[in-house]
Write a protein that binds this ligand. Structure first.
Ligand code: CA
Length: 511
């Protein structure tokens, strides 16, 4: 698949690949309008939806991005609106014997190679923020921790100007859960890895209740599980004493965090995540190829880029497999896909549960079309590693981190893997944000940027309608990533403090 839009037709419709027999309407097109020479619309085509460029017989392949996105359920005439009901979903690609190690194109040269970050103690990936995190073992303590955090922000933070915020890592896990079941490995790993997140500066602070199955000892390395780092509410004498204990410990941690300073570091120390949410038919034309170009630049400079969302990769898995650097990486990809196939089957759903109604309204007919657009965000570089949900990488470059596609579940999984910045592409719009790392929101359409001017950080719409190329916009997004990582720019969700709850991926039973 090409990373570059190959054909613009009168700015009315966009065809992504010369083989395509459908194109996407840039704006609403009325009935009876010649949108391409020789193609006159038989019905009105809503913006973002597809128009047939050729007659397609019943059962014939409907092609977008040069790939089959479905088969015609009935005769489609040239000029017809090709809506979701006109398509039958193809079978997902087989996971056996997928190709790997295909030759990758040369990456574009990054315009700069350093940023200003907080060095990691152990030489791992670098922090983009200097935050005090208060981890929790169980939801029972969340109310007390949240009230204590309000006081820390109000009464203490102004005295520690080099600390950029306080993050209560509260969640719905920790009690009423079976810990000795295979599915529990994911939430446990996620919470353990969050303790060591680069933006938390190596300071460890945990608040537990005292009777929960998930004890502090299961979250922490043995050396960290000390009274200097752990508060147990059942050992305190009332609410006041609990808050006092939390404030006292926070003061110790803030004093140490306040000594941290940014340093000029190579971009090889930076790991970012990519995610889509509320996609539309423009996402795969503008936002994801622009993010993919920025990813290529970052990887060329030595950086690491995670992309995720299993159900939005599954239908193009053979293309991702082809980019894997070795057979082991390819096998891990197949293994993660198989795990998810079984997980969905266990819940009696299949991949057609994605796209959402909003995706479909935005013109995305089915998961295949959504997937072909979504994977463009991973750029073109070889894929060096595949991670289970919440796992830490051991290699640098483009990495597929298997997570659910759900925005607020993918976010914590990528954070646990260690991303310190997320680029979030949206077509429909969402105020999504993470407390532990800045999120750059990229709109797929200029109309969304106009509607949500104070929430969208970067508009990729001009790739479709504004006469700018994917490469120009991609380089501009790359600069924004470096500016945000360096703390020079704070994206909207960070400025306003818009943070989603930390929703852990827990495929295990709740008891
Ligand atoms: Ca998502």
């Amino acid at each position: 698949m090409s990373n570059e839009r190959t054909d613009t037709l009168d700015n009315l419709v966009i065809r992504m690949h010369p083989r395509d027999n459908v194109a996407v309407a840039v704006n609403d097109i009325p009935q009876g309008h010649e949108c391409v020479p020789g193609v006159t619309t038989n019905q009105a085509i809503p913006a973002g939806h597809k128009v047939a460029l050729a007659d397609i017989p019943r059962g014939g392949a409907v092609i977008r991005y040069g790939a089959v996105i479905g088969f015609a359920t009935d005769m489609i005439r040239r000029g017809d609106w090709v809506h979701e009901n006109a398509l039958r979903l193809p079978e997902p690609p087989a996971l056996e014997d997928m190709p790997w190690g295909m030759a990758a194109p040369a990456l574009p040269r990054a315009p700069l190679r350093t940023f200003e970050g907080y060095p990691a103690a152990g030489g791992g990936f670098t922090g983009t923020r200097n935050l005090l995190a208060i981890h929790t073992t169980v939801q029972c303590v969340a109310g007390v921790v949240n009230l204590a955090v309000e006081r820390i922000r109000r009464e203490m933070l102004p005295r520690y100007p080099h600390v950029e915020g306080v993050v209560p890592v509260t969640h719905a896990y920790g009690c009423g859960v079976a810990l000795d079941t295979p599915g529990a490995a994911i939430p446990l790993r996620t919470l353990r890895n969050l303790v060591r997140h680069p933006n938390f500066g190596g300071e460890v602070m945990v608040v537990g209740l005292g009777c929960e199955p998930l004890s502090a000892g299961l979250l922490l390395d043995e050396a960290d599980n000390t009274p200097d780092n752990v508060i147990t509410l059942q050992e305190e004498h009332g609410f006041d004493a609990m808050v006092t204990a939390i404030l006292r410990m926070a003061e110790q941690k803030l004093a140490r965090l306040n000594k941290r300073r940014r340093q000029t570091l190579p971009l090889s120390h930076l790991m970012i995540g990519l995610q889509c949410g509320g996609s539309d038919a423009f996402s795969g034309i503008t936002a994801t190829p622009v993010a993919g170009y920025a990813a290529d630049l970052l990887v060329e400079a030595g950086g690491t880029v995670l992309f995720s969302e299993v159900t939005e990769v599954r239908d193009a898995v053979h293309l991702i497999a082809g980019r894997c650097v070795d057979a082991e990486c390819r096998d891990r990809l197949a293994q993660e896909m198989r795990w998810y196939d079984n997980y969905l089957r266990g819940g009696d759903v299949d991949r057609s549960a994605n796209p959402s109604p909003g995706n479909k309204q935005g013109g995305l007919s089915n998961i295949v079309e959504k997937t072909l657009g979504a994977i463009a965000k991973s750029g073109t570089a070889p894929i060096v590693d595949v991670l289970s949900p919440g796992e830490r990488p051991t290699r640098r470059g483009v990495i597929f981190a298997a997570t659910p596609a759900s925005d607020f579940v993918c976010g914590p999984c990528q954070l646990a893997s260690g991303i310190t910045l997320q680029v979030f592409m949206t077509g429909r719009g969402t105020p999504y944000g993470l407390a532990a790392a800045p999120v750059i929101k990229v709109s797929s359409r200029t109309a969304l940027k106009q509607q949500w001017g104070d929430l969208i950080d970067f508009d990729a719409g001009p790739a479709a309608t504004g006469g700018m190329t994917i490469a120009q916009l991609g380089e501009s997004l790359f600069h924004q990533i470096v500016d945000v990582a360096s703390g020079r720019v704070r994206p909207a969700a960070e400025r306003y403090g818009i943070h989603n709850d930390l929703c852990l991926f827990n495929p295990a039973p709740i008891t």
